[in-house]
Each structure stands twice: as structure tokens, then as C-alpha cells.
Design a protein around this ligand. Sequence first.
Ligand code: NDP
Length: 293
Amino acid sequence: MSMTVTLNNGVEMPALGFGVFQTPPETTAASVAEALRVGYRLIDTAASYFNEREVGEGIRRSGLDRPEVFIETKIWISDYGYDETLHAFDKSAGKLGVDQIDLLLLHQPVPTQFDKTVGAYKALETLLADGRVRAIGVSNFMPGVLSKLLEETSVVPAVNQVEVHPYFSQPAVQAANAEQGILTQAWSPMGGITSYRGDSSRSTFNDPVIGEIAAAHGKTPAQVMLRWHLQEGRCAIPKSVRPERIASNFDVFDFELTTAQLAAIDGLDTGVRGGPDPETVTPEAFGRDIPEA
Ligand code: NDP
């Protein structure tokens, strides 16, 4: 199994990356540097995580050359609209301290302001044509809104980053992405959202089916869930601020789940999402000012 995936425009992206949502700015640089030290080469951040500057610092601290690290960030909805999104690129690139971003996503569709969402995506197309970004994509786009976007724009997104973990695996969304040649990238890939947002006694980390599979391989539940994504062809971006977990979450390239084990994990889907319903995201409820670089 390859450690990289090839996007629909030929760009190679690591299949397993490192997320920094909810990582406080003061620990972000250290977490990112530690992740790069143990082998991750993809960092996923977002303007709305308010830690892009520290992600850039962590990358510089690692000593790796810029092309060795794949940097992914997201435009927040408050910066949608063609001109606003072009400027949002400058804000993110400035904070990250880079000239080029590897993958730039629209963080959420805004169904009540779809013209601005389309304008924002057209700005991503311009940034791609100008070489300021190497690939563009979306996040939290359900099939209906994705088709509407495809009708009004010309570059098919390379990636749709959506909530996918054993308790909410969105098979219809994954199928709609695959039909268009869009890579599904799993956010909350270990179901972290089932513990930090829900009742932790019913979290994916404590699931008995996953626990049994983990015991059979001498691996942790987290490692089994990450391996499940990779074997099913998804990119996954686990987050941790703890060095031992940062390392163990990357140690997933020395075992193989059986077809029956993959199917058993597929069977855990409850159909209940942990994150907000993307249809309900409005600037009124979710708008946040993204500071200048
Ligand atoms: P994850 O599935 O990555 O889980 C992270 C949570 O699990 C944290 O609370 C972490 O705590 C804990 N954890 C990490 N490793 C282990 C382990 N080995 N055993 C037990 N617990 C563990 O979920 P996230 O929601 O954090 O998502 C990951 C990334 O996805 C984000 O960082 C972000 O980049 C992206 N994301 C994107 C969204 C979007 O709308 N596009 C929405 C949400 C996330 P600790 O840090 O203390 O280890």
C-alpha cells in the first residue's frame, strides 16, 4: 500500500497527514515539528484554527526543505467571494510564511450565499492557474451542493475533506466523490469527535469490534482506524498534541487488515454525524473575522 495518493491533477499527496484543529497556538509549533520528526509529511490546518503562523514555525523548526512538506489549509466562510478569497490566500500564505500552498480548500459550503461560495471557488481556480497553489478542493460538500458547484465552475476539486470515521462513514458522499475523481479525505478519522463532542463512553476508541481487531494485530484502536482509511483509499489526518500518540498514529504501515475486518468496521456506521450539518452553516451563526497576516 502506497504512502502517497495521486490527486486528479497528478499532484502526489501523502495518504496520512497530521491535523491541528483545536491545537492551541502555543503548542502547535512543537506538535507540528514532532509530527515531521516522526515521519508525517502532510499538515492540515485552516484559517479558522487560528494557528497557521505556528504551523509555519513548526515546519521551519523541523529543518525540512519546503518541498518535502505538503501544506494544506482552508478558507473560512467569512472570506468567501472572489476578491475576498484571493486576499484570504495572501493572509494564509503570509501567516504560514510560504509563497505556495500545496492544497487549498473551501472549508464549508454556504448554501444561503451560494454565489459567494462559487466566487470563492473561482478564486481558487485563479490561484491554481497562477501557480500559487498546487491543488484545490472543498470540505464538507455533500453530493447535492457538490453537483451545483461542478455546474458553475471548471476545475473538479482534487479533494473533498469530510467527516469519516467508523461511526459516521458517509458511504453516499464517498461514492459521489469517487464518481467525480475527487479524493475523500477523512476528518476526525479516528472519531475524535465522538469523544470530545459526545459521550466518551461511546467513543470509537472504546468500540469492542475495533478493540478486538486491534488486539488481533497487536495494534491500538487508533492504528486500526487509520489503517482502515488507508486500505479503503482515503487520506486521513489524525490530530494529537501528545508525542507518544503522534508517533503511534503514524506507525500503521506494518500490518494489514483483512477484507472481513474492513467490512466489520464499515458495519459500525450509525449514520449520525458528529459535526454540524453542512446545510446549516451560515455566516450569521459561524462567521469569524480572520485576521490579516
Ligand atoms: P481525530 O479523529 O484526529 O481525534 C483527535 C482526538 O483524539 C483528540 O482529542 C486527541 O487528543 C485524541 N487522540 C489522538 N490520538 C489518539 C490515540 N492514539 N488514542 C486515543 N485518543 C487519541 O479527530 P479531529 O476531530 O481532531 O480531526 C483530525 C483533523 O481533521 C483535525 O485536526 C483537522 O485538521 C481536521 N478536521 C477538519 C474539519 C473540517 O470541517 N474540515 C473538522 C474537524 C477536524 P490528544 O490531542 O490529547 O491526543
